[in-house]
Design a protein around this ligand. Structure first.
Ligand code: 8YV
Length: 309
């Protein structure tokens, strides 16, 4: 980007506060965001020169899209390039959680392995079990295919809208109600976008409907799961285990989750492979360069802004 623009960036370990972000964006026409920066009406009013915000993430719940469109500011995200990598990670987290990989590793490193036992870290099977997916977009479909084709899982899903028949056949997935999904899944993976409607989509009432042997995996967004209710459910063995890559209020993590053995915790890294991060960064940069230099963007979220120019 430095070949095209005068660039200033935050390479420090601390994220800028909303006020610092406003100060840094004075006189700036474009911003490359990584997903955590809130772009809302207040920021837009305080940064009148801003023309484009390019998110290096497929999720864009940090954008107030309506306010951006009103202000004539283009929003772009980074879809597609991370689908398979993120689906891989969802599967990895599900397997690590179901097979109690981290508990077992910590036990071994702590020098506690003195004798083999037949039920030592016995977990839940993946192959042949029922995989539930809440949110059946591109990443959900990638996880469904891995489960059905690679591990012989029965795949059920729930989504705002049902997929067309050809896609369901391609994913070997059957549509069920949310209640049926909660009741039936042995492993439930969350891959839905965050919005006010999906806030606490999994809370105490939903956890109570799940099997006591079930695994819950969240690679979507913090806030979709009520982390406090989940910690209680894990402690009470309402469900067996959870794998979490995203948290309410991250990078802070609910202290009760940190103390529990039956939860695998990772720091929002589902799309983190070097080739995929490079592809995401390049897509966000290409959106900025394309728009500010030629008025074109590859992945606009509010294309009406392009038309009005
Ligand atoms: C990003 C993600 O790495 O794309 C998304 O929506 O959650 C991740 O792939 C993350 O948002 C960066 O902050």
């Amino acid at each position: 980007m430095a070949q095209h623009f005068e660039v200033s960036s935050n390479q420090g370990d601390e994220a800028w506060t909303p006020l610092q972000l406003i100060q840094k964006l004075q006189g700036t026409q474009g911003v490359f965001t990584t997903g955590g920066e809130r772009i809302d009406a207040a920021l837009l009013a305080a940064c009148p020169d801003l023309k484009i915000c390019a998110n290096m993430a497929v999720g864009y719940n940090n954008f107030d899209l309506e306010a951006m469109t009103c202000a004539g500011v283009l929003a772009t995200n980074a879809p597609e390039v991370l689908t398979e990598t993120t689906a891989d990670f969802g599967f990895a987290l599900m397997m690590a959680t179901a097979r109690r990989l981290m508990e077992a590793e910590h036990f071994l490193r702590a020098g506690l392995w003195t004798r083999w036992r037949y039920d030592l870290f016995a977990g839940a099977d993946i192959h042949g079990s029922t995989l539930g997916i809440l949110g059946m977009g591109r990443i959900g479909q990638g996880i469904a295919k891995r489960g059905a084709l690679g591990f012989g899982m029965k795949v059920i899903y729930h989504n705002r809208s049902r997929l067309d028949v050809a896609t369901e056949i391609d994913c070997r997935a059957s549509y069920v109600s949310k209640q049926e999904l909660l009741k039936t899944a042995d492993h439930l993976v969350l891959v839905l976008p965050y919005s006010p409607e999906s806030h606490h989509a999994i809370g105490a009432p939903e956890l109570a409907q799940m099997k006591p042997t079930a695994t819950l995996v969240n690679i979507a967004r913090g806030g979709i799961v009520d982390d406090c209710a989940l910690a209680l459910a894990l402690r009470n063995k309402t469900i067996a285990a959870a794998g979490l890559d995203v948290f309410e209020g991250e990078p802070a993590v609910h202290p009760d989750l940190l103390r529990l053995p039956n939860v695998v915790l990772t720091p929002h890294i589902a799309s983190a492979t070097l080739p995929t991060r490079l592809a995401m960064a390049n897509l966000a940069a290409d959106n900025l360069i394309g728009f500010l230099k030629q008025g074109k963007a590859l992945t606009p979220l509010n294309p009406e802004v392009l038309l009005k120019r």
